[in-house]
Design a protein around this ligand. Structure first.
Ligand code: G2I
Length: 453
């Protein structure tokens, strides 16, 4: 090779090996919050004040999450049980805990038909309007500057095909304008908080989500202040993750609002649950304006539907396969900490399999880049190994997103997962790449089988 070309090739190799060195030392995010932060998102949980004194609860919360939503403590019955007497003690406890841990707080919720004290439902229209505006004002004022987003109005629409508002003291006595009024009042109290509409059964495209969509579109066109839409995402076999979940999030985002997964829980266990969690996380990551996810509780032990074991940590705070899948989907990797009997999580059944494919992604005179994609089989996996055999005198100059080793001939390269891409949910894939020097031989390496653990 002419000398200048040889120098240029050496420079490429040096630059490429710097990349290798970096990728080997970079620590993978090992918590949901830090992995989500790496993707510009938060990963949060609903929190109950009365569990904060339990060390495993608080420890798991603080280790894994960087956003909280008070599960019940900011609701109307908790904050204004009798008219114009406000109690914030339990909610304050959550907010100060969150602040001490640098977690965002979502305010939940200002105007909702449920957990509404009976004195509110008994009011006439004029009184109800001023009570609603006073409630929004007092609660938002108390937390001004401490809440990144408020669920201003929660669950205002009916289930089913009507697309109508649900019957509630607000809708029945104030008419559909109560939603707009609530948002306008909220903006006037804390102009820095994001103002969200939040609902369930709106996760896919259906009559209910169409009604919310029409409302948001109307609000945007008329300048009614709305910044975000929360999709609760309570899933089980009767209400599975919709196939158009991502598309639905995207159509709302396209209206010019942020979207969030606000109360995620998915009943089930094992691989099926892990896959569902993985899919939900990936859907959020695929939508630029999906700014974060919140699961509806830290542990199955205290879930509002505990018997459905819908969360990421089991009753002993062990990491479930769903945890590993969610973390892997966020690009993180489990350290195994806190796992009850299954360190590292995933695939306790020993049925780990994977498949591989190879693509030659670019070519030049003296070298080429190859990309190997590893795909988990029908069970989640914790690690993978792939072998490639090169035709001499080809040599691999650098490799990224994997850990290579060579046999004594120097022609057979075995690549194990890097520290951060070994855990894959069932059916999920990752890839590693390399640069090879042709050294006069242009053939493509032979790809061996994939072994999973
Ligand atoms: O129902 C699930 C969620 C649906 N979207 C709005 C959320 O705010 C809602 O959360 C749940 C809480 O997880 C439950 O913890 O809302 C329920 C009430 O609608 C909460 O349940 C209530 C019980 O019904 C009360 O008996 C209990 O006193 O929790 C209260 C506090 O533990």
């Amino acid at each position: 090779m002419p000398r200048r070309a040889a120098q240029a090739f050496t420079a490429v190799l040096l630059a490429a090996s710097t990349v290798t060195a970096l990728s080997h030392t970079a620590a993978a995010a090992d918590s949901l919050g830090s992995a989500a932060a790496g993707k510009g998102r938060y990963f949060g949980t609903a929190v109950a004040a009365n569990h904060l004194g339990e060390s495993a609860y608080a420890g798991t919360l603080d280790r894994e999450f960087n956003q909280v939503t008070p599960e019940n403590e900011m609701k109307w019955d908790a904050t204004e049980g009798s008219r114009n007497t406000f109690t914030f003690g339990n909610a304050d406890q959550i907010v100060s805990h969150a602040q001490s841990q640098n977690m965002k707080v979502r305010g939940h919720t200002l105007v909702w038909h449920s957990q509404l004290p009976s004195w509110v439902s008994g009011l006439g229209a004029t009184d109800l309007r001023s009570a609603m505006n006073n409630h929004i004002t007092q609660v938002m004022q108390h937390y001004k500057g401490k809440i990144y987003a408020w669920d201003v109005v929660n669950e205002a629409y009916q289930d089913g095909s009507s697309g109508a508002l649900r019957s509630s003291p607000f809708a029945d006595k104030l008419g559909s304008g109560f939603i707009e009024e609530a948002f306008r009042t909220a903006r006037s109290v804390d102009p820095n908080a994001k103002l969200c509409y939040n609902d369930y059964n709106t996760d896919g495209v259906n009559a209910k989500s169409n009604a919310v969509y029409a409302m948001v579109k109307d609000f945007k066109s008329r300048g009614v202040p709305i910044d975000c839409v929360g999709f609760q995402s309570h899933f089980n076999s009767a209400s599975p993750v919709p196939s158009d979940y991502q598309a639905n999030l995207q159509r709302f985002a396209d209206l010019g609002v942020d979207v969030q997964i606000t109360e995620l829980d998915i009943e089930g266990s094992g691989t099926a649950q892990a896959n569902n969690y993985s899919n939900v996380v990936k859907a959020c990551l695929a939508v630029t304006r999906c700014t974060g996810l919140t699961v509806w509780g830290v542990t199955d032990k205290y879930s509002w539907r505990s018997s459905g074991t819908p969360l990421l940590f089991d009753s002993n705070y062990g990491k479930k396969p769903a945890y590993d899948a969610a973390l892997a989907a966020l690009g993180g990797s489990s350290t195994g900490g806190g796992d009850g009997g299954n360190p590292g999580g995933g695939n306790p059944g020993g049925n780990a399999t994977c498949t591989v494919s190879f693509a030659r992604t670019s070519d030049w005179n003296d070298g080429y880049n190859g990309e190997v994609t590893v795909k988990a089989g029908s069970a989640p996996i914790n690690g993978w190994t792939v072998t490639l055999t090169f035709a001499p005198p080809q040599k691999v100059a650098s490799l990224w997103n994997g850990t290579p080793s060579w046999d004594s001939s120097g022609n057979v390269m075995t690549v194990r997962a890097a520290s951060y891409n070994g855990s894959l949910a069932a059916g999920a894939s990752t890839s590693f790449g390399f640069t090879a020097a042709k050294n006069g031989n242009n053939s493509t390496p032979t790809l061996g089988a994939c072994t999973a653990s």
